[in-house]
Design a protein around this ligand. Structure first.
Ligand code: SF4
Length: 416
């Protein structure tokens, strides 16, 4: 509950709060006389913020004047795991039950940096800190950050003027950066440096007059951000089949780039089909599919060859997690399933399964994998072996506003 008195009033400010307007489902009430307005916030994800507004409030034609006040973010409770109705049963199979855990798996350097950026921003500037889009595509990470005071919005025009806003790991188009500046926002760019690299490639090729065929998912934030660098030069190719129909202006002046989190094999298939139509198609200077995506796919391929079932921990909107499911199936696993939480593992998935493969997407904290292993152990899969295919030690520097030491690295590049 927040109150404003006429004594502290500073001018013709009216009251606005996301989640607290007539249409937003919040509640407000006028206090005695017109000296005080009291506001309560029902929608916990949307903290109140008061801004100048040019209309009446809830039918009150002459609402009281209010001072602009940032209302502290109401804390949401810690994320609640889904609860399994029945524990998994240890049902005998024809062979020795075991688990093969892929390594590398889980957090990559870009995700680690982006999540830490939000945590540091909360520490340094206090809640709320606004984040445009999900900072990374993982429901658990987002829910935990919300509980700590982050507020996720779709666009910067939802962020109160002057507030801090973090751009997600997937990157933003220049128009978004400009919109944030126009609004006077304190922007913190948590775009993964490997995504920024593709932005730069797009800018460079566009300046050179090239036509860019950008392989990726049209509505993914990363593709929207890269396309926004040079919309008149970029055409998105979202599948191998699309390579057969895409049109270009000058087949002799075309280059391809790609989203960082695609299936390596499918992307190469798309490129082959493009090159059949456009033999002069130029390659990007270096791989756009990032080291973390590639390493996780190589590791799960090796595991999948020996697994009856592969469980991928990751969210449904996580491109690299979904690709791991596809790669596991293509790599020989009899079945592959994605879960956000261990409690989503179904008993019937384990029917006749002796070897379970486990991996996790690049935005998944290790604690969620440990929970999967614990539940598999209950079902008799206690023999756990890690299958290593690469060593990762890359760490990215934090955005400059958040650095508190000389090198500014996150300093925690491992799994948690
Ligand atoms: S998956 Fe790759 S591109 Fe995406 S955040 Fe991680 S390192 Fe960066």
């Amino acid at each position: 509950m927040v109150s404003f008195s006429r004594d502290t009033d500073v001018g013709a400010w009216l009251l606005e709060s996301r989640g607290c307007t007539e249409s937003g489902g919040g509640a407000w009430s006028a206090g005695s006389g017109r000296n005080v307005v009291m506001v309560s916030f029902r929608r916990r994800r949307h903290p109140g913020h008061l801004q100048r507004r040019d209309r009446s409030i809830g039918g009150v034609s002459n609402p009281v004047m209010a001072v602009p006040v940032l209302v502290p973010t109401p804390r949401v409770p810690a994320p609640r795991r889904p609860v399994r109705a029945e524990p998994l049963q240890d049902i005998p199979t024809s062979g020795h039950k075991r688990v093969l855990v892929a390594a590398p798996r889980g957090y990559c350097a870009g995700v680690d940096r982006a999540v830490l950026a939000v945590q540091k921003a909360l520490e340094r500037f206090g809640a709320p800190v606004y984040v445009r889009k999900q900072i990374v595509h993982n429901v658990h990470v987002v829910t935990e950050l919300e509980a700590a005071g982050a507020v996720f919005v779709d666009e910067v025009d939802e962020v109160p003027e002057g507030a801090h806003v973090v751009f997600s790991a997937h990157g933003v188009a220049p128009a978004v950066v400009q919109a944030a500046a126009d609004r006077g926002l304190q922007a913190i760019d948590a775009t993964c440096p490997l995504v920024t690299k593709v932005h730069r490639e797009a800018v460079r090729f566009a300046r050179g007059g090239r036509e860019i065929l950008l392989i990726g998912h049209a509505r993914h934030e990363e593709i929207e951000g890269i396309t926004g660098e040079a919309p008149e030069h970029v055409t998105v190719v979202d599948s191998p089949a699309a390579a057969d129909t895409v049109q270009v202006r000058d087949p002799a002046n075309v280059v391809w780039l790609s989203q960082t989190t695609l299936s390596v094999d499918e992307t190469m298939q798309t490129v082959r089909r493009l090159r059949e139509r456009f033999p002069l198609l130029a390659d990007p200077p270096t791989d756009d599919i990032c080291y973390a995506t590639q390493n996780r796919q190589v590791a799960i391929k090796k595991v999948a060859a020996d697994a009856d079932l592969v469980i991928v921990v990751g969210s449904a909107n996580s491109s690299n997690s979904m690709r791991l499911v596809e790669v596991a199936r293509a790599g020989g696993a009899r079945a592959a399933q994605r879960v956000d939480y261990a409690d989503e593992i179904r008993q019937e998935w384990l029917d006749g399964v002796t070897t379970v493969g486990v991996t996790s997407g690049a935005s998944v904290p290790e604690v969620l994998v440990r929970e999967v292993l614990a539940q598999l152990a209950e079902a008799g899969y206690r023999d756990v072996e890690e299958v290593h295919t690469a060593q990762e030690d890359l760490v990215f520097a934090l955005p400059k506003q958040l650095r508190d030491d000389a090198d500014g690295v996150s300093g925690r590049g491992g799994r948690r």
